[in-house]
Design a protein around this ligand. Structure first.
Ligand code: ATP
Ligand code: MG
Length: 651
């Protein structure tokens, strides 16, 4: 099938999916209308899915006007997130598995942690933190591998009212140090070593390096993961297992106000310096629980797996808080999709009978490049729903996910959202919507998307239109501020388009009223007066059988204004040649049209990506512009050597 044909195919929910689903088309329409026409009534009812200590009387108090932006939900209610995610399940499902832990090495044993066990572990960790002097409102940085202790630590903070800031364990000492300083944390929780993909990262060494100068009074709690030798800072470092022996597992949950901060989390840094996003207690939890249940059509007894890392917001909302608030069994995976080989995801799905699986386009594209046998050698018959997040998914990758991974049986939810939004903002719902490959399609309940003209800021009405994507009103999961910098919060999200939350992304609303994310606003290029999203050209390139991955940026062009510069990674085993370059150019011309014909194609053995796997186009733009001096913040880059290679081989 050609790219265009792929993009126009639709997949209606099967009879079985529709009947099983919490939300079918009629229910979606009814609930969406209710959420927009009477937000107070809708959210007040939805908020009953969590247990409140003191019920709220006020649903929402929101202002998006520059200079006075404030966002409050359920502001006079009190609750505790850990009690909601753990304690309240004890009576009905104490012996049910809360967390399945799958280790990096498949030869090691997986673990099943029941809600009862989780309760004890969280209480212990909470008491250890208290004994170390952590109090309500204090910040704790969590720098852990994907081990159960990461979940215990997050929930322990929530239990005692400390604010956690999780830093992805792949980050460097400098990036870690900046985040410890950024939130003025007094305690860092880490492990001796993190095994990942058969390799080992010495986390405690990284912590020592991060804390060596101005942070040399910050305490460190160390989980023993491998038993490796580590350098100790006397009086400041504590073994978790030793401290845990000294305390009881009984720790009463702190009564928190709905608007007390739950966590700080930095954005991925794809477009610039990462922002310290603040989420609060009540609204976030309600939104996490509702979106998790609805989008993944989660039912009692399902085994649910989100393959993200807890270091990203996806891990916060959809490994931990959403699933546990719903009493689900959630899988936590320590490893990577390609270790020991590219079949690992699918083997884990068979091993644990996973029903819902959620991952990112970057992982899918990488696995697609390895060939189908890694998938087809497994059964995957337990799968019911597939999900994707993080970047626009190319129709080619969507199609592979749908046909090869899901055997044309499982709906794919393409969820558009951001660290800032706390939970899903747009997605098709499995039992309600006919899927369009590559489209995020429908706003979630309570979400009022608007398409704005990028220059005038005016609303563009009607269908078959394109512009920048903004949101007209608040939803409970919305971020409340940038930690320590409310000004930056207002400037970043509320100053470009008055009265709206500006997402930074572009979008198209098609003839049916469905939404397509076209990428970052910065990634729209203007070629001879034609505006186009670079994602479209990338999708066309990836649809070619020899292309594994592509990134496209604009660069100054004397005649056209902007030219199209393409970085192309070929499929495993393919060799670059002048002929292939010509073939790709013709391919894009025939897929999209002559206007999209690439001006430059550079072969790229690797693309610069954030640690969460997103392509950093701002760096590629600089390289294309021949401006290597000012690459900007590169602290969240996964592999800096990729950049050197691209500069050396620039066309
Ligand atoms: P920074 O804000 O620091 O530049 P970031 O935007 O990559 O980093 P995240 O919050 O992790 O940080 O990512 C949110 C962005 O990811 C969205 O704004 C959007 O561009 C992209 N995105 C996420 N999900 C989807 C999706 N399903 N379709 C298209 N784009 C998506
Ligand atoms: Mg962003």
């Amino acid at each position: 099938m050609t790219e265009t044909a792929l993009a126009t195919a639709t997949y209606a929910p099967s009879e079985a999916t529709r009947k099983h689903a919490h939300v079918d088309a009629a229910t979606y329409d009814k609930m969406y209308a209710a959420s927009i026409n009477d937000p107070d009534g809708f959210w007040s009812e939805q908020a009953q899915r969590v247990d409140w200590i003191k019920p709220f009387t006020k649903v929402k108090d929101v202002n998006f006007d520059l200079g006075n932006v404030h966002i409050k939900w359920f502001e006079d209610g009190t609750l505790n997130v850990a009690a909601n995610c753990v304690d309240r399940h004890l009576a009905t499902r104490g012996d049910q598995t809360a967390i399945i832990w799958e280790p990096d090495d498949p030869k090691d044993a997986a673990r099943h942690i029941t809600y009862k066990e989780l309760h004890g572990q969280v209480g212990k960790m909470a008491n250890v933190l208290k004994a170390m002097g952590v109090k309500k409102g204090d910040r704790v940085v969590i720098y852990l591998p994907m081990i159960p202790e990461a979940a215990y630590a997050m929930l322990a903070c929530a239990r005692i009212g400390a604010i956690h800031s999780v830093v992805f364990a792949g980050f460097s000492p400098d990036a870690l140090g900046a985040r410890v300083t950024g939130c003025d944390a007094r305690v860092v929780i880490t492990a001796d070593t993190a095994p990942r993909g058969g390799r080992a990262t010495k986390l405690k060494d990284n912590v020592n390096q991060a804390l060596r100068h101005d942070l040399n009074d910050v305490k460190c709690l160390v989980v023993r993961r491998t038993g490796d030798q580590i350098a100790w800072r006397d009086g400041l470092d504590f073994w978790y297992h030793e401290e845990a022996d000294k305390v009881s597992s009984d720790c009463p949950p702190e009564e928190m106000n709905a608007e007390d901060p739950l966590f700080i989390l930095y954005t991925s840094g794809s477009t610039g310096q990462p922002k310290g996003v603040v989420h609060t207690t009540g609204g976030y939890l309600v939104y996490a629980a509702l979106t998790h249940q609805t989008t993944f059509d989660y039912h009692e007894g399902d085994v649910y797996w989100c393959g993200a890392d807890v270091g990203w917001v996806t891990g916060h909302t959809y490994i931990l808080y959403g699933p546990l608030a719903n009493g689900a069994t959630t899988l936590m995976f320590e490893g990577v999709p390609t270790y020991p080989d590219a079949s690992r995801f699918w083997q884990v799905i068979d091993k644990h009978g996973v029903n819902q699986f959620y991952t990112a386009p970057t992982a899918l594209r990488a696995l697609m490049g390895q060939g189908d046998e890694f998938v087809t050698q497994t059964s995957r018959k337990s799968l019911r729903i597939l999900g994707t997040v993080g970047e626009p998914i190319n129709p080619e990758a969507w199609n592979w996910y749908y046909k090869v991974v899901g055997d044309s049986r499982c709906p794919i939810v393409d969820t558009w959202w951001q660290t800032e939004t706390g939970g899903h903002m747009m997605t098709p719902l499995p039992g309600a919507h006919a899927l369009k490959p590559g489209a995020a399609q429908k706003p979630f309940f309570g979400v009022k998307p608007v398409v704005l003209d990028p220059t005038s800021g005016q609303i563009i009405e009607g269908n078959g239109v394109e512009g920048v994507l903004a949101i007209a009103d608040s939803w409970p999961g919305q971020m409340r501020t940038v930690w320590g910098d409310h000004d930056r919060f207002e400037k970043t999200y509320f100053s470009d388009y008055k009265g709206y939350y500006f997402s930074g992304d572009g979008c198209r609303r098609d003839e049916d009223g469905d939404y397509w994310i076209t990428g970052r606003v910065d990634d729209v290029i203007n070629v001879s007066g034609h505006r186009m999203g670079t994602a479209e050209v990338e999708s066309a390139l990836v649809a070619h059988a020899k292309v594994a991955e592509a990134a496209v940026v604009g660069y100054p062009h004397d005649i056209k204004g902007q030219g199209i510069y393409c970085y192309v990674t070929l499929m495993h085993g393919e060799t670059p040649s002048e002929e292939l370059r010509k073939e790709l150019r013709n391919w894009v011309r025939s897929e999209i049209g002559p206007i999209a014909s690439p001006d430059v194609i550079q072969w790229a053995p690797g693309l610069p990506k954030t640690r969460s796997g997103k392509i950093m186009r701002r760096i590629l733009r600089k390289i294309a512009e021949n401006d290597f001096g000012a690459l900007g913040d590169t602290s969240t880059l996964a592999d800096p050597s990729v950049v050197d290679d691209l500069i050396a081989n620039r066309k």
